[in-house]
Each structure stands twice: as structure tokens, then as C-alpha cells.
Design a protein around this ligand. Structure first.
Ligand code: GLP
Length: 241
């Protein structure tokens, strides 16, 4: 059996961001041409802001990193305000001075071909070095909705009502009912993974990820090797700060 993941507790979301930025900076210093799988969503935004602060201060150079999009709503063009590609550009790519990206093209006439092209680009880069992930309220990773097997490929998925509801909050608008997501096989093959979790509303699902047995019914529970670091605040861990 592989030794389990590391859990780092932070007092609050800002400390999660500082710790996560430290871990990302270490990886980039060791390998400047890092290939990073990039989640959007609310949780990693403070981390990306902290990275941007370090880049602007000249403490960190991320210009040789490749940013790989994690997920996208099916059919949305990159100019749609709800596009996750757009969100990754605004929050990660532009502020960090990144020029190399891999897009999950949800407007392709043939989404399955777009998924194959995405996987081929990742393979050409030598795989994902670092996955930066958030935790869905139902345990999803990207849009790998429960149940998702460890070998679930990059594909079109149907969003659960729970994910539709949590995603509506970002835009105060409806979101498409389907999405493209990096497969569990892509995510689980990452050489290092950071799972960022903040807030009391994630306490129950994080408890299942950390303490119940690994199951496709909680896709994030399949992240369980030594390459995985969970950085969570006291509210999400349900422990005193
Ligand atoms: C969303 C996205 C994920 C994100 C997760 C957590 O639905 N598909 O990529 O990581 O759910 O989102 P948040 O950080 O906003 O809680």
C-alpha cells in the first residue's frame, strides 16, 4: 500500500494561500518549466493572488510554466464571461506572466476529439508535474462527478444538480448542464498534487476525503499517495485554529 497523503493545517484561507504558494514556489524553483494543472473556483484565488504578489515583487519567476486548464462548461466560447478558460487567464496566466497554455476546447465541433487533443498535448509535455485542485461540494475533482473511477478519461460529463447550484453562485446565472473535464487518469498521474480546501461548508466532504475509505463515490478520496498534499484551514478541518 502506498503511504498516504500529507495534510497541512492553516489557520485561515490567507494562511492556506501562503502555504500553497510556498509549495508551488518550491516546485517551480526545482523545475522552472513546470506543467501545472490549474483549477479555477473560489478556493485557489487567494493562492494565485499571493503568487502574483511574489512575481511582482521579483521573488518568483513563473514565466516558463505551462498552465493546463482543468475543466470547462460545454459549448462556452472563450469570450463568454462564465468561461473557465477566461477565469484561468484572468486569475493565473496573465498575472503570473505565463505564456504557455493548454486549453480544453469546449466549443470544438467534436468534443471527443478536443479531449484527445488535450490528452495528447499533456503527453507531449511529459505529463502533469503539479495539479492545483479545489474540492467540489460533492467530492468532485474538476468536473469528475461522483461516481468517477480512477481511470475515468478526459471527457464530457453531466453536471450534478449540486454542482450546477455551486457553480451558479460564481456567475449569478445559469451554467451549462454539461462540461469537459480532465480525466481522473490525468489528475491521478500528476507527479505532485495540492488539494486546497477552505471553509466550514467543506468540513463534511473533507472529512469523507480524509477519513473514509477511497471510493469513486467521492472522487477526491482517490487522491491518496505520497505525492498528495492537502492544505486546509481550521474551519474545513473542523479543528481549532
Ligand atoms: C467547481 C469546479 C472545480 C473546483 C471545485 C471547487 O465546480 N469544477 O474545478 O475546484 O468546484 O470550487 P470552489 O473552490 O469554488 O469551492
Amino acid at each position: 500500500m502506498r503511504p498516504g497523503r500529507t495534510v497541512r493545517q492553516a489557520a485561515d484561507p490567507q494562511e492556506v494561500a501562503t502555504l500553497a504558494a510556498d509549495l508551488i514556489a518550491e516546485q517551480v524553483k526545482a523545475k522552472p518549466e513546470l506543467t501545472v494543472l490549474v483549477a479555477t473556483g473560489s478556493t485557489p484565488m487567494l493562492t494565485y493572488a499571493e503568487l502574483a504578489r511574489r512575481v511582482q515583487a521579483g521573488e518568483l519567476d513563473l514565466s516558463r510554466v505551462t498552465a493546463v486548464q482543468l475543466d470547462e462548461y460545454l459549448g462556452l466560447s472563450e469570450t463568454d464571461p462564465r468561461s473557465l478558460w477566461n477565469w484561468m487567464q484572468r486569475s493565473f496566466v496573465e498575472p503570473l506572466g505565463i505564456t504557455r497554455t493548454v486549453r480544453l476546447d469546449a466549443t470544438a465541433a467534436d468534443p471527443r476529439a478536443a479531449c484527445a487533443d488535450y490528452d495528447a498535448q499533456i503527453a507531449q509535455l511529459g505529463g502533469i508535474d503539479l495539479a492545483i485542485l479545489g474540492l467540489g461540494p460533492n467530492g468532485h475533482l474538476g468536473f469528475n462527478e461522483p461516481p468517477s473511477l480512477p481511470d475515468a478519461p478526459t471527457r464530457v460529463t453531466d453536471l450534478t444538480p449540486e454542482s450546477q447550484a455551486s457553480n451558479r453562485v460564481y456567475w449569478n446565472a445559469e451554467v451549462p448542464l454539461q462540461a469537459l473535464t480532465a480525466g481522473m487518469n490525468v489528475i491521478l498521474a500528476a507527479r505532485a498534487t495540492l488539494l486546497l480546501v477552505t471553509g466550514a461548508h467543506k468540513q463534511d466532504i473533507l472529512g469523507r476525503v480524509l477519513h473514509a475509505s477511497s471510493t469513486p463515490d467521492v472522487p477526491a478520496s482517490l487522491l491518496n499517495g505520497p505525492e498528495v498534499t492537502v492544505v486546509a484551514d481550521a474551519a474545513a478541518l473542523g479543528s481549532p485554529a
